[in-house]
Design a protein around this ligand. Structure first.
Ligand SMILES: [Zn+2]
Length: 471
């Protein structure tokens, strides 16, 4: 007789990156999320290890949303033999067509730079994957609407439900077995309630087993990011130099522009040149016009080519690398928004390398900064950071702005969990650093009285029907 379905935590257990959950059921294997490890070197090295499963034997991958820590391993999975289907929402499919090629480019650039400048122990340094692997991966994608069950593999089916967070982001409700399935629910990344741009997360009615994220499980977001951003921008203007903002191209860039535009219109900040040094950010902004049901902005608000809701008074799109480098010569107060969001790569590194040691510079960290990233080092007050093999002294003023986060805080995560009509039989806390995962676990025990604990890396658990439910 076949045993119960099992679930193995292969990432985002005790950390926020590398989301990967392997489900085995009646000889079928599927992955929920397929994320890359980012941040700490010992985590990044895990991307290079031979996986604990055979990619060839994976029938399907189901993606909760497009962020690289949930999708960036996909090209490598394909490179290592995966030929199954990749299931995601339509907006996620469009976003990974932008994000995965960029991820490959970053890998290729890193390897090339390491070879050129000789700071590698490997000769030659090779990229983890390249654009060809990405192209192969994108051929396997199948798009699914929200709220409609689709077959995944064998007698497993899944349903996506909105979670806010970014365009296309979903929770995954996996029904295992017929006719009376066991329900395994992955929260994905849960967004905010009352966000000015994205819609609220939708509740999920029930789960036998729940995996819930905990990025901000130990904190409450400050209530008014608009006022905080106003203060930071005005201080940056008085300091006289640029405000450099490492920001994700998806979501964060658009949100910053929306806030800056509102502050300008209300005359709470001066109209500054705002350089969007992110061709990807511009492409993503376009997608808001296609997915109007996923956000609160009307087509009129998004009327012009770049989305007028996301256009500040003196906005400048920076397209080429030369245009980007030309910003090095500009003085005086201005804003530059560039990726990557945790300063792990991308064009923002050049701006940081050029500006960090100037005390007139301000740096704004508008999102979560994972352990081991330069963003986290800056957040924690590092005196120097290493960029492209050089130590750069930090004399700039560094700000963080948590209120702009795309992740719900402790109260918002609880609000989402209150949506379940019955308690899950087992709840595993994932996608959080240990302190955050512990804190959310304690909160769930206290407030919901569920059976809950943090997921342990690599462990295999059985996916069982909630014994307390009537059959
Ligand atoms: Zn995410």
């Amino acid at each position: 007789m076949a045993g119960p379905p099992t679930l193995q935590f292969l990432g985002a257990a005790g950390t926020v990156t590398g989301s990967k959950y392997l489900v085995r059921h009646r000889g079928q294997q599927i992955l929920l999320d397929c994320g890359l490890f980012q941040g700490l070197k010992e985590l990044r090295l895990r991307n290079w290890l031979k996986p604990e499963f055979s990619p060839r034997e994976i029938a399907s991958v189901v993606l909760s949303h497009a962020h690289i820590d949930h999708t960036g391993y996909l090209p490598l999975l394909v490179k290592r033999g995966f030929r199954g289907r990749v299931h995601c929402t339509a907006a996620t499919a469009d976003l990974i067509e932008i994000l995965l090629p960029d991820s490959a480019r970053l890998q290729e650039e890193d390897a090339a730079r390491a070879n050129r400048e000789g700071y590698t122990k490997h000769h030659p340094a090779l990229p983890l994957y390249d654009l060809r692997d990405v192209k192969e991966a994108l051929k396997l994608v199948e798009r699914h609407p929200f709220g409609k069950e689709f077959p995944v593999a064998g007698d497993m089916r899944a349903t996506f439900r909105h979670t806010g967070h970014i365009l296309g982001a979903a929770s995954v409700d996996l029904a295992i077995g017929k006719p009376d399935p066991i329900r395994l629910v992955l929260s994905g990344d849960v967004g905010r309630y009352g966000d000015p741009i994205l819609r609220d997360p939708d509740p999920v009615p029930e789960a036998d087993v729940l995996l819930v994220e905990s990025t901000y499980g130990d904190r409450l977001h400050p209530p008014d990011p608009m006022t905080e951003l106003e203060r930071i921008i005005n201080e940056a203007v008085r300091r006289g130099g640029p405000l450099v903002v490492p920001a994700f191209a998806v979501g964060r860039t658009q949100e910053l522009l929306w806030f800056i535009r509102h502050l300008e219109t209300a005359h709470r900040i001066p109209e500054l040149p705002v350089y969007i040094d992110s061709p990807m950010g511009t492409e993503v902004t376009e997608l808001y016009r296609h997915y109007t049901r996923e956000h609160n902005l009307s087509l009129t608000q998004l009327a012009d080519a770049h989305g007028s809701a996301f256009r500040t008074a003196r906005e400048v799109m920076v397209h080429t690398v030369d245009e980007s480098k030309a910003l090095n010569g500009i003085d005086g107060p201005f804003v530059v928004i560039a990726g990557s969001g945790m300063a792990t790569g991308g064009r923002v590194l050049h701006h940081l390398a050029r500006r960090l040691s100037d005390p007139r510079t301000s740096i704004l960290l508008p999102g979560f900064q994972a352990e081991g990233t330069r963003g986290r080092q800056l957040e924690e007050g590092a005196r120097t950071v290493r960029i492209h093999g050089r130590d750069i002294e930090v004399r700039a003023q560094v700000y963080r702005l948590e209120g702009l986060s795309a992740h719900g805080d402790r109260a918002e995560l609880l609000r989402w969990m209150h949506g379940f009509q019955r308690p899950p039989g087992a709840c595993y806390v994932v996608h959080g650093e240990p302190h955050a995962a512990q804190a959310l676990t304690a909160t769930i025990e206290e407030e919901l009285d569920w059976s809950v604990r943090p997921a342990r890396d690599h462990e295999v658990v059985e996916v069982l029907r909630n014994p307390e439910w009537p059959a």
